[in-house]
Design a binder for this molecule. Sequence first.
Ligand SMILES: [Zn+2]
Length: 145
Amino acid sequence: MKLTEHFSLAELVASQVATRKGIDNAPGPAVIANLTRLAALLEQVRALVGGPITVSSGYRSPALNRAVGGAASSAHVLGLAADISTNKLAPKALALLIRQSGIIYDQLIYEGTWVHIALSAGAPRRQVLTAKFVGGSVSYVSGIV
Ligand SMILES: [Zn+2]
């Protein structure tokens, strides 16, 4: 099922971890509605970049989110976040490009080898962070550094 011209539902729910561990990652109607909003956001990023966007993680069912160690409040669980990359730009350049664009997001996180972009149910915060991975734990600093 296509959500937008370039993004399918299958692409936004695909998970190697879910497949490997036999975790059900099928979304319900509310999540599919959110994933449709997310796909529209990804279309904007795709147009900005001028080429395909790879989604490494989109929707995560609560069970999958636990299995990958995601935060309980993660927007991925709502179908409102995607971890993305592109072969057109390094992840940091992608994050900087999105930040300086007119694209409206709730949260943008430069995570080293990918970019997390999220929407919210309420007013977007336009929060920009960089994840720092040290000794198996993660912390966040403001901005893209
Ligand atoms: Zn993410």
